[in-house]
Design a protein around this ligand. Structure first.
Ligand code: S3P
Length: 439
């Protein structure tokens, strides 16, 4: 059954043109709120993403006694140096793995008693990856077979720093440990097998933490007393990715995206697309609160196939679904390896995308942790996509529809607001054809 109000469809579009700013970065917005809450004093955050995932983190902080006010377009967080109240109610993180895993880390060594919950998707996602290192730190944490609900109990300051090797390239696990370690006595040493996004390290350093990275080893000396500084949140590269690929696969398109975050560990997609013959140029690069920010020019391109190996996976983990779309319109067979982590996202993104693309007429070879996509300049489309309530599946397949012969309809667009509010309006302001579906 098509759900009337939340359903969208996309139609073949050409000449996507215009210049705009994409919504602010979700990962940095969540970190900005969490880390400023433990500063000694007030932090002003400009351009905070006002999406569902970020709002859930903000509401949880309020429930543990943090005052946060919106003043004009800025948010002011009244940091209280890491002292929090036990909340009256459970902390609900909605759909947000980042909000949940980072908040558990932050609160795990702060002597509070907290119960965490989330929506259906978050409740089925694996949490042992943070529980295991936190337990090694003597944190008292209860869980439901490695899933939500999770309970933190005060352990009266008996936590200890650890030396830990991160087996999966996960920024959420790394960040949970770092945030937990900030007020312990001693040195935390993390070794990353495959480095992942470093927004937590960058922001902690910017706010005065004693943190260093040498090759793949991160060293954090604690306790840390963080001083507030103004924070500007750059545009989200993961949201920009949909617009970039839309411009590449549609005819006579040329778009400019302003002030997009270009953190090295987030922009693996740019490297892959450039190798695929994409016309993408970066200019006006600058550094804002430790993060690289710049403008992106993307134009229609004749894409060719590519090979992506597992080492690159953490640097484009959230962009795989839209990269599969780009590969669908590239000439030749593309191969993507090291996709295991895609199975643990808001949905099993490997399976969900494989079904959606196959139904749209794309020739695919799906193996356990890899995918082959046989591209073609024209793709049929015309299918009804089961998004499994996953925002990135919804946005990727709507983008696919902008270049397909027949329209793409998605079953539910309500989750898009978790990361990209005004997705339809922003795409259509560039001349894309995305519309509501009525009965
Ligand atoms: C995120 C890290 C990634 C990413 C997620 C955001 C973060 O997850 O998929 O959307 O902000 O730290 P993992 O750390 O689980 O790979």
């Amino acid at each position: 059954m098509i759900k009337n109000t939340f359903t969208l469809k996309s139609l073949k579009s050409k000449c996507l043109t215009g210049k705009l700013s994409v919504p602010a970065d979700k990962s940095i917005s969540i970190r900005a709120l969490l880390i400023s809450s433990i500063c000694f004093g007030n932090t002003r955050i400009s351009n905070l993403l006002e999406s569902e995932d970020v709002k859930n983190t903000l509401n949880c902080l309020k429930k543990i006694g943090v005052k946060i006010l919106k003043k004009g377009s800025r948010f002011e967080v009244f940091g209280q140096g890491g002292f929090f109240d036990d909340p009256q109610e459970k902390l609900f993180l909605g759909n947000s793995g980042t909000g949940l895993r980072l908040l558990i880390g932050l609160l795990s060594t702060r002597n509070v008693n907290v119960n965490f919950t989330g929506d259906e998707s978050l409740s089925s996602r694996p949490m042992m990856r943070i529980v295991e290192p936190l337990e090694r730190m003597n944190v008292l944490i209860k869980h439901n077979n490695g899933c939500l609900p999770i309970k933190l109990e005060s352990n009266n300051d008996s936590s200890i720093p650890i030396k830990y090797s991160l087996e999966i390239g996960s920024a959420q696990v790394k960040s949970a440990i770092l945030l937990a370690s900030l007020n312990l006595n001693g040195t935390t040493i993390l070794k990353e097998k495959i480095p992942s996004r470093d927004h937590t390290e960058v922001l902690l350093k910017y706010l005065g933490a004693n943190i260093k990275k040498k090759e793949n080893v991160i060293t954090l000396k604690s306790p840390n007393f963080l001083k507030p500084k103004d924070i500007f949140v750059p545009g989200d590269f993961s949201s920009a990715a949909f617009l970039i690929v839309a411009a590449l696969i549609t005819k006579q398109s040329k778009i400019i995206l302003k002030n997009v975050g270009l953190n090295f560990f987030r922009t693996g997609l740019l490297e892959v697309l450039k190798k695929m013959n994409a016309s993408i140029n970066i200019f006006n690069k600058k550094i804002i609160n430790g993060e690289i920010v710049g403008d992106i020019l993307a134009e229609s391109s004749n894409l060719i196939s590519t090979q992506v190996n597992s080492n690159l996976a953490p640097r484009l983990i959230d962009e795989f679904p839209i990269l599969f779309v780009a590969a669908s319109y590239a000439s030749g067979k593309s191969t993507f390896k090291g996709l295991e982590e895609l199975k643990f996202k808001e949905s099993d993104r490997l399976e969900t995308m494989a079904i959606a693309l196959k139904d749209a007429g794309v020739e695919l070879g799906l193996k356990k942790n890899s995918l082959e996509v046989v591209g073609n300049k024209t793709q049929r489309g015309g299918n009804y996509v089961v998004t499994k309530s996953d925002h990135r599946i919804a946005m990727s397949m709507l983008t696919f529809g902008l270049a397909a012969e027949k329209s793409i309809t998605i079953d539910d667009s309500s989750m898009i607001k978790t990361s990209f509010p005004k997705f339809k309006e922003i795409f259509n302001s560039l001349n894309a054809n995305i519309s509501n579906v009525s009965k």
